[in-house]
Write a protein that binds this ligand. Structure first.
Ligand code: PEP
Ligand code: MG
Length: 755
């Protein structure tokens, strides 16, 4: 049998008329199946729509038993229709019943039909249903007919996406597109956010599918492809991106696709068949995506992402849309979803309206994570396929504590989380009330609570959280979020701003701690077997004094006529501190010689984070103005457990006797020499651990801003003298109870310490 070659264009014109008619969704589907049946000269045309419960339900048919509409159904994977949905791929069979997947549905009366052509109804690579034609004769459907059916499937996909079919969906099982989805990723920044999806790179919804004039569409496509190629070439040529690295690789992949003849030919063909240029790009992308999604090779899946991005760019180019939503378009409770993004892009959104962030990539040390944490945005990373599962405006819950993401959550889940958010808010309000209260234990011991920072966005927390100062300013963060090496003036500008914003409160800067896991994209990293114990921090600074001297000079300028507090990371020997100190002295002399003002008062200190220093405390304390315990690294080296390796990081207890003795040695030595000592690792921010530190004799703790409230609430209810009297004997050899953590919990419970 010959196909009706008046062809796809005529069909599309008719479809457009049907779409424009003011009729119900059911009537529209009924007309569409009649139209297709006559266009493809088929005796049967049926539409199956995927429900939230994974069942494909017959929504309209021409040729099969009409009673079966909304009654006949198949599971995904069951029968030929289920197979098409599962594999997101067309099936073209002259003798359907001979196919091993064939399943007969008696209610439809389809036994009389032999040939079968089915295509998935796809949108952004997701299967929403299946469209089928059948004939009695044994025939193989022509390429044109497959195309016509696929194009019609796109029209139906838009009806589903626009919510038109909700009205005729079964009450208790909605459509798949509105199905709740729960996914598990990695919790990257703590907190819980409830809100609505904003896609970082929104899919522009192509609503104008059917073209008037194919030549005009071809011209639009050519123009858009040219502009796209130029913009990629420009990006690659610009000095902004590094000569090697991930960024360049992605752009190279974009360029490869943008010049790919096969890809463009397929789009042109879809235009010839009557689609608008943007609909043609979407159609080809949908087909490619469905095919490639079955790939398990991670490299190919990665390239699929690139091709997806490129297709979206091309569609935006065609529809003249700007990249990303404007700030003013953001809902009040935006939860941003993206494959990945740079730290600067997150900052561009502004803090006010963002309730959460979900990324398909993003790791605990990625720059966007660092910024999200600084901004207090609950963040979950490594959530597979979330971009294609979500639609702008969908309700969503992000739990940065557990790494859970709930898309379109059911009402009870939403209520449970709303309660969790309210509970957190109540606690936050309690902490805010504590802000102006003195940081003193029940028995009158003053404890300085400072905060850790590293970016300018952290600084407002100083006031908000009522910190006494910045106990650790990680200067490397400015370097990590920058796209090229910050020059002296840029460093100076940042330090000046930090000191200005801190006003009278002290700031302890730490010199660059790069190397190890803290890599700079623009600095060639060397492969090291054990980077944490490798060429990092002060080691790198002393070997490349130009780098360290520049930073010291920037700090001296910024702190001119004020106080400068500076400490050095990863010191393993007293001599390293002395070498660093002599660099500072030289720089001061140099500035004075050239008539530049210098700080009124310079205090230099050392981070105690390499265990070897514990055996040099008396010498060290003779030279330094202060010390600060970096318990994160100290514990990592003390117990030989990689702090970034989740398999071992939690293997040993930070409250075990050995480590507590080490911490006590440091505090005792510092107190003996009257040298101020702070502890600025994560330990300080956990109330139970902070309680132990106070028991050991620590009187100055620095932590993330969010921890200040809980720690203050704890210490104001603590009798520090009593705790020390009970805790210290347990650290002596021979004490029968070695479980310090349980002891501390019991003590807190008995003494009503607020944990
Ligand atoms: C530490 O090691 O405890 C510390 C505070 O520094 P960082 O976490 O930046 O290594
Ligand atoms: Mg450290």
């Amino acid at each position: 049998m010959r196909s009706n070659l008046a062809g796809p264009r005529l069909l599309l014109r008719r479809l457009r008329e049907v779409m424009a008619e003011p009729i119900t969704a059911q009537e529209r589907l009924d007309k569409i199946v009649v139209l297709i049946a006559s266009n493809v000269v088929a005796e049967v045309c049926s539409v199956y729509i995927l429900r939230a419960d994974g069942v494909l339900e017959l929504y309209a048919t021409e040729g099969l038993n009409r009673e079966a509409v909304h009654n006949a159904s198949l599971r995904v994977g069951q029968g030929l229709v289920g197979l098409i949905a599962a594999e997101a791929r067309p099936l073209n069979l002259p003798n359907a019943s001979a196919h091993p997947g064939f399943a007969y549905l008696p209610e439809t009366g389809e036994e009389a039909y032999n040939s079968f052509l089915g295509v998935p109804v796809l949108r952004a690579g997701r299967t929403l249903g299946v469209l089928v034609v059948q004939n009695q004769s044994h025939r193989t459907y022509l390429e044109d007919e497959v195309e016509a059916l696929q194009t019609t499937a796109m029209v139906i996909a838009e009806m589903v996406a626009a919510g038109e079919l909700e009205a005729i969906a079964q009450k208790d099982t909605g459509l798949d597109l509105s199905r709740p989805v729960s996914a598990n990723g990695a919790g990257l920044a703590e907190g819980v956010g409830l809100g609505h999806v904003v896609l970082h790179e929104p899919r522009v919804v192509v609503t104008n599918l059917i073209a008037e004039d194919a030549d005009k569409e071809k011209g639009r496509l050519d123009g858009a492809i040219n502009r796209l190629r130029l913009s990629i070439d420009d990006l690659l040529a610009s000095g902004e991106i590094a000569a090697t690295g991930e960024h360049r690789e992605v752009l190279e992949a974009y360029r490869m696709f943008a010049y790919d003849r096969g890809w463009i030919r397929k789009i042109e063909e879809a235009i010839r068949n009557g689609l608008t240029a943007e609909a043609a790009v979407e159609k080809v992308q949908s087909d490619t995506r469905a095919r490639m999604l079955r790939q398990t090779d991670p490299y190919l899946r990665e390239r699929l992402h690139d091709l997806d991005d490129l297709a979206h760019r091309l569609i935006r180019e065609l529809m003249g849309r700007e990249h990303g939503p404007g700030i003013e378009e953001l809902p009040q409770d935006a939860i941003i979803i993206g494959r990945n993004m740079g730290a600067a892009e997150l900052l561009d959104y502004g803090r006010d309206r963002i309730r959460g962030l979900v990324l398909e990539e993003g790791g605990p040390t990625s720059h966007v994570t660092i910024v999200a944490r600084a901004l207090g945005i609950p963040t979950v990373g490594l959530v597979e396929d979330i971009v294609s599962l979500a639609d702008g405006g969908d309700a969503i819950i992000v739990d940065g504590d557990t790494g859970e993401v709930h898309l379109r959550p059911a009402a009870d889940l939403q209520n449970a989380y709303a309660e969790k958010v309210r509970f957190r808010a109540r606690r936050q309000a309690q902490y805010r009330r504590l802000r102006s209260k003195p940081s003193v234990t029940k028995d009158g011991v003053e404890i300085a609570l400072q905060m850790n920072a590293g970016l300018l966005v952290d600084l407002p927390h100083l006031e908000e959280a009522g910190a006494a100062g910045v106990g650790l300013f990680r200067t490397e963060l400015q370097f990590m979020v920058a796209s090229s090496f910050p020059r002296m003036r840029e460093q100076q500008a940042q330090y000046t701003q930090v000191l200005d914003e801190a006003g009278p409160k002290p700031v302890t800067f730490r010199s660059l701690d790069i190397g190890g896991d803290k890599v700079l994209p623009y600095l060639r990293s060397i492969q090291e077997e054990n980077p944490a114990m490798g060429w990092r921090a002060l080691r790198l600074g002393l070997d490349r004094p130009g780098l360290l001297r520049t930073q010291i000079r920037a700090l001296l300028h910024a702190a001119a006529k004020r106080d400068l507090k500076l400490m050095f990371p990863m010191v393993a020997e007293v001599g390293e501190f002395l070498a660093a100190k002599s660099l500072v002295d030289k720089e001061v002399k140099h500035l004075k010689r050239h008539g530049h003002p210098v700080p009124d008062n310079i205090r230099l200190g050392v981070m105690v984070e390499v265990p070897s220093l514990l055996f040099q405390m008396d010498e060290l304390l003779g030279y330094v103005d202060f010390v600060s315990v970096g318990s994160n690294d100290l514990f990592q080296f003390f117990c030989a457990v990689d702090r970034g390796n989740t398999r071992v990081a939690d293997r040993f207890d930070t409250l075990s006797i050995g480590f507590l003795r080490a911490l006590k040695t440091i505090a005792d030595a510092a107190n003996k020499h009257h040298v101020p000592v702070t502890l600025c690792g994560e330990l300080a921010g956990r109330p139970l651990e902070a309680m132990a530190l106070i028991g050991l004799g620590y009187r100055d703790l620095s932590m993330s801003p969010a921890s200040l409230g809980p720690v203050k609430a704890m210490l104001r209810t603590l009798d520090a003298g009593r705790l020390s009297a009970r805790l210290l004997p347990r650290l002596e050899p021979g004490h029968p109870d070695s479980d310090i953590r349980s002891f501390l919990r019991r003590f807190a419970a008995d003494m009503d310490v607020a944990l």
